[in-house]
Ligand binder design. Structure first.
Ligand code: HEC
Length: 471
């Protein structure tokens, strides 16, 4: 495939990852709720049909309205928002995902349509239907919703662990990749957990039923928390199949990753313990505040978990195939020769705000190679990170980017582009520290070239895997 440059958008002062992450976390939470909600309703319909809980049907008809409203409307909207933001931030990643898996997406869409139709039919006609038809409709809804997770999960897990696809390049070798099953089971359990906690909360608000009835409903809803006991095993399974460097970051290598992993674990542990001891063993009634707190913990755990899943993939969006800044590993060597700007035809948005061509060049290199993870002066801001560095340090550390931090891709441009970027960052930090014309200085350029050559074009994580990581 030829190098493809796409126009990208910036969201200063936020980093792009935060934009995708923010939308993504809300979307994932809602989508998982919609799936777990389906199974919960199916379970409650069964309780109603078999006479095991006389209030189940009443709960179902009240509860489902919330589910429909929240998951269909907001879930669908945030799903569209995901496409809308990712296409502006990482169009090339989306391009590969669509090219490699278009039939999978089409299949996923079919299940999603079935989910919407079954869900709407239940919402609209559920009250008039007999128990058997209700059960069938909810069964259809749940299976369709779960299968849309099944299909998407294959693509998301492939991004982190492409497995056999790396050499075979076939749909199924990528789809059933090493983290497919642990992710799918983990997400299914998360979906059941969220649904169960929402149910516990909704039950506390039910009017016209006594406390004993509410308690029995909650105790039934709590059964969906039982699979949480498998989470530690799944976590270990997941850690075992992800790449060595990713694992090393979660296990202490990166403070942020370790912290978020810890948060996700402790939040899940708290919910799990409460579920086992409080709800399942001693059959407590939990009040609205506690239910809301547990749900907030589940949201926190989901958010932290998604953050870690996205974070440990660095510096790739598709492991070993596409770096986060939309440059492919096998393109680095050529871009080092020809310069990265030779393949980026898109003009700068704020070109007039910059005094000369060197700074415009630097800004464009920044936009192409760094802006996906950094801002200039905002979150993870480069002027802040390099603020105390001398100009030589900037040159060296940027030329050797993948050695500076192994979760950054190698620099993918020529020596003049390194220098333009260095001067742009100096200028953005303090206009007086800008040195004009160094970009034409052969001594400067040959020194940078030496650092680029020293660094090589291999990913920095190759060093981590070989136990030579420098962090
Ligand atoms: C895949 C995401 C990603 C890309 C692309 C990326 N960086 Fe980084 N970079 C990071 C992260 C994450 C950090 C760690 C920030 C911290 O330690 O707070 C970092 C840290 C840095 C630091 C500080 C290093 C240190 O040792 O303190 C510099 C300088 C830097 N990046 C420059 C760049 C430049 C210049 C580019 C573009 C040529 C770039 N980065 C591209 C993710 C990225």
């Amino acid at each position: 495939m030829e190098f493809q440059a796409f126009p990208v958008n910036e969201f200063d002062p936020a980093i792009k990852g935060m934009v995708i992450g923010g939308v993504g976390i809300v979307h994932v939470f809602l989508a998982q709720f919609a799936i777990g909600g389906g199974f919960l309703m199916l379970f409650f319909q069964w309780l109603a049909t078999t006479g095991r809980n006389p209030h189940a049907r009443r709960f179902l008809d009240g509860y489902f309205k919330v589910l429909v409203l929240v998951s269909f409307v907001l879930g669908a909207l945030t799903g569209v928002a995901m496409w809308f933001t990712t296409i502006q931030i990482s169009p090339r990643t989306i391009g590969v995902m669509v090219t490699e898996y278009h039939w999978i997406w089409a299949t996923e869409w079919t299940f999603f349509c079935l989910e919407v139709v079954a869900g709407y039919a239940f919402y609209r006609y559920g009250k008039r239907l007999d128990d058997k038809s209700r059960f069938t409709l909810l069964g259809l809804y749940s299976i369709a919703a779960w299968f849309s997770l099944f299909w998407i999960n294959g693509i998301l897990s492939w991004q982190l662990t492409p497995g056999g696809w790396t050499t075979e390049r076939t749909v199924w070798s990528g789809f059933f990749n090493p983290s497919f099953w642990p992710s799918l089971i983990f997400r299914t359990i998360t979906a059941l957990t969220i649904a169960s906690l929402v149910a516990c909360l909704v039950i506390t608000t039910m009017k016209g039923v006594d406390r004993a009835a509410r308690r029995s409903l909650q105790n039934h809803a709590a059964w969906l928390l039982a699979p949480m006991t498998l989470m530690p095993l799944l976590g270990i399974w997941f850690l075992a199949v992800i790449p060595d460097d990713s694992r090393s970051w979660v296990l202490g290598g990166s403070a942020a990753m370790t912290l978020f992993m810890g948060l996700a674990l402790s939040a899940s542990l708290l919910i799990g313990l409460y579920a086992l001891i409080g709800l399942i063993r001693t059959r407590l009634f939990i009040n609205g505040a506690t239910a809301a707190l547990l749900l907030a913990l589940a949201f926190g755990a989901t958010a932290a978990g998604e953050f870690v899943r996205e974070g440990v993939r660095k510096p790739f969006t598709i492991r070993e195939y596409l770096y986060s800044n939309s440059i492919r590993p096998d393109e680095i060597a050529t871009l080092r020769e020809d310069g990265c700007l030779s393949v980026d035809p898109y003009p700068l948005r704020n070109a007039d705000a910059l005094p000369d061509d060197t700074l415009r060049m630097g800004a464009q290199v920044y936009r192409m190679q760094c802006s996906v993870c950094h801002t200039v002066a905002g979150v993870n801001g480069l002027t802040h990170l390099t603020g105390t560095w001398s100009v030589e340090q900037k040159r060296m550390n940027i030329a050797k980017l993948q050695h500076t931090k192994p979760f950054m891709p190698p620099f993918a441009g020529n020596a003049a582009e390194v220098e333009a970027l260095v001067q742009y960052l100096s200028w953005a930090h303090d206009a007086d520290s800008y040195q004009t014309d160094t970009i034409n200085n052969p001594v400067v350029l040959s020194e940078i070239q030496r650092w680029l050559d020293d660094a090589g074009t291999e990913a920095g994580i190759a060093l981590v895997s070989a136990g030579k990581g420098e962090h």
